[in-house]
Design a protein. Structure first.
Length: 132
């Protein structure tokens, strides 16, 4: 089709719609069938890791349901609540030399390198992304 005369929305889409309606007019509505090689899992919103339940039976994180090809689903790596030392003045993870410290329950993510505090104060940290 000539771009100056019509677009895909005004030209091709109505034609496609009519063709598909005609081809499917006697076809009943069918839900797609999930292949055996696809599995569904609850995944943590904040980490993308596997959702687990704590000792109290509560979910370890806010979760969503996702589908994966068998063998590619995340194993572990989810977030979890943990009591960690926090500097009361800065709300950051406390270092061994900090004085004004208390233990608080914080959301942590463990990866192959370290633990990361999701809901701690990260203002001024190197490589911190600030969203406006």
């Amino acid at each position: 089709m000539n771009q100056a005369l019509t677009s895909g929305v005004t030209g091709a889409a109505p034609i496609w719609n009519k063709v598909m309606r005609m081809l499917l007019k006697d076809q009943p509505d069918l839900w797609p069938v999930k292949p055996e090689t696809v599995i569904g899992k609850q995944i943590c919103n904040d980490s993308g890791g596997e959702m687990t339940k704590g000792d109290d039976g509560k979910e370890s994180c806010g979760a969503r349901y996702e589908y994966f090809i068998k063998g590619t689903e995340p194993k572990g790596g989810g977030s979890f609540k943990q009591s960690v030392p926090i500097n009361k003045d800065t709300d950051k993870l406390a270092s061994p030399t900090d004085g004004n410290v208390e233990n608080r329950d914080k959301t942590m993510i463990k990866d192959m390198f370290s633990n990361y505090c999701v809901d701690c104060n990260h203002a001024g940290d190197p490589y911190t992304i600030v969203r406006l």
